[in-house]
Structures are given as structure tokens and as C-alpha cells.
Write a protein that binds this ligand. Sequence first.
Ligand code: TYD
Length: 427
Amino acid sequence: MYTNIVRCRACGFGTPENPGGIKSGQPTDKLIPVLDLGLHPLANNFVKEGEPRAGFAPLQLLFCPQCSLAQLSVVVDPVQIYEKYAYVTSPSATMREHFGSLVRDIKTESKNGSVVEIGSNDGLLLAFLADAGYGNVVGIDPAKNLAEKARKSGVVVINDFFNEGSARSALLASGEVDTVIARHVFCHVADWRGFVKGLEILASKDTVVCIEIPCVTDQLEACSFDQVYHEHLSYMPIKAMKALLNRTLFHLHRVIHYPVHGGAHLVMLRRNDCVMPPHPSVQETLESENVTLERWQAFAYEAKLRIVRLRDRVRSLRDMGKRVCGYGASAKSTVWINACGFTKEDIYGVYDGTMEKQYCTIPGTNIPVIHEGAFYADAADYAICFAWNYFAECKAKQHKWLETGGRWIVPVPEVRVIGLDTAESQA
Ligand code: TYD
């Protein structure tokens, strides 16, 4: 189901376990373990009763002292994760707003030519790009269910992982590529060299390659350990991206920060033969980011405290006879719920509007996903917002419930309770 990792994916640091020639007791250059959450199910393995479930795999992070990349200690077989994928790009107002900013910023760096999107999901961003006047829009995505969904909205999708073969097919479908976009897919990929080889096929001298990744300094700041799961193989500072690119045809061209998903970076790359000078944001980001072993160790310590805090808070509510549910069956909810060891007795269900997750259980548990439409009528006393990155939106949507005495528990950046009649309180 998974393979172990011993080398840094970005800079190559690290020796294999017991390498020939190194005697016991001699120093080795091993990656350093910083967080260990034990065995976890695959966070998006939402299946219905009777359907086969994927197994469990370790959730452990290793830190590279050379380029500061943190990465999972294992890589789960990607076919197992992505062939049928439950994550659907949210059509939420928050996401639409983000896509608006993204397209506006990308336009300042590109012409309205052809766009290839790697990891095009259900085609939502491709539709945005087509509306914004881009020429051919082509997606590449390995999930059969999502590729079919995107095709129904009229866009061309190559149903495959991104590799040299699918890059060639995309090039054939799109003609000369003006812009390549890869949103939150790069850190899901184990073979970065293969990925960059695919980019080399797609990109010409004037192509801008836009890679959106989570902002690791924001993740450290917020201690959003719930974003550590088997799909997220890498936690990447810009310094590590620079180390990776050192041995390729590309260089860093520009870095833009966005608040979406708890903080993200859009990293723009250009080929080394492009004459445009790099934007000052590259140097500024490299100088300001402070990603160290000590910060990752503090992150791990704080994560364990928060898990205990949420578990204690929910168990004491349960002892008081309160009904507690979750809101947003995000991958993050799977991490929280499994890390806390919650069962249906603690959280009777998690509400979510996504069709694909209906009638499933939260991976690794017996907690059902319930249709979001039933939330108000079911009248829970407390709802844990596992879609905390959309909290403002969830709160506005369920305002009536709040008015009737419902209370939110928001687990990030601090475990806190929010009700109309309460001052915000920390657990
Ligand atoms: P999301 O944060 O997008 O991703 P991840 O799975 O990577 O952690 O997941 C948010 C989930 O919350 C998603 O399943 C959709 C759901 N959701 C609702 O059901 N209703 C809402 O109003 C919002 C904003 C999200």
C-alpha cells in the first residue's frame, strides 16, 4: 500500500537505512522525524457501507536539515488515492473569490493563449479561465469520476496522472501553451523530477508555470496539523522549491500569497532562457520565511496538545448530555476525528453538502456523513467546524441555528467555542 521515504524529494539529502559502508554509531545524514500521528486511514477514502476500504498507513513527518522541506515518511500508492477521488473543488463563495484573484494575477503574467491545468478536478477553474477569455483550456486529472464531470461542462480533460505522456497529449490538444496551472497538486506528487520533465515538455520560452502550494509558514503559525495526511506528501518552503529547481530548466519568477485554505503561495516559474527578470517577491519571500527544525518540533508539541483539548472538550460535553456533530466532512475532519479517537458516541455525524460523500462514513470510523440540508432541523447543541477555512461562510449559512442557541467549536487556529450568547472562549 505504501513505500518508505529516506531521501529529501527537493534536494536529495539523506542516506538509506543502514547503507553499505556506514558502520553503526557513525553519523549519517538521515531526515529527522518531527511529527508522529500514528496509523491513520486515507483522509478522503469516503466509502459506503459494504464497499471496500483502503487500509491504514503511518502519518509521520520528516524534516530535511539542508533545504527545510518536511515530507511524509511514506508514499501511499497514488492509484489507491486518486482513481476515485472524493475531493471536489468547492463551488463555495470563498473559492470563487480566490479563483477571481488567481486569474487576475495570472493574467498580469500571461497572454490569453492556451492553458493547461494539471489536477483539473471537476473543471471549475478551467470554466473560470474560459470565461476570462483564455483560448484552449485543457485539463489533466487521474480521477475518472472527476474527469467525466468536467467533460460534461464542455472542457477537454486527459484522464491520467501528470507525466511525460499526458504532457504530450495536453500539448497536442492545446497547441503552444501560454500558461500552466497546478493548484494544490504539486505537494501531492512523489516524483518531482518526473513532474518537472512533464513541465519541460509543456513550457516554451514565454510560458508561465503557476504552482499553488500551501504556505508552510502559515501552517506552522496556525499549527494546522490537520492538513497533514497521506495526500500531502510535502510541506514546502520556497527555499526547498529553489533547491529543487537548481537542477532543472526552470527558475523562480514570482511568489504571491493568498489567504485561501489557511494560507497559500502561488509560485510562478519561468524557463531559464526567458529574458524577464525575476520579481522582487522571490527574494523577499526567501529572506522572510523562517522554517526550522525547532519550529516543526514546536508544531508537533502543540498539535498533541490541541488533540487532547478537543477530545476533552467533546467528552465533557457528551458527559453533560449535549449533542455534538461535525460540519464539513473535509479531509481535515478525518485527521481530527481519528487523532482524537472519536466514535459515533462522541460525534453523532458530520454534515456536508458534497454528493460524493453522502451515505458514507468518516474514514476509519463509524461516524456517518449527513446531508447538510438536515443540519438545522437536527438541532445539534454543538457543531465542530472541520471546514474551518470556510468558517465565515458556514457561520453565515447556519445563522438561524446560532440564533436558536447552537454553538460552534472551531478547532483552528485555536480550539474555541462561538455562540451568540457567549463571548468567544478557548477550550
Ligand atoms: P475543504 O476544506 O475544501 O477540503 P479538504 O478536504 O482538503 O480539507 O473541505 C471542506 C468540506 O466542507 C467539503 O467537503 C465541502 C464542505 N462544505 C459544506 O458541506 N458546506 C459549506 O458551506 C462549505 C463551505 C463546505
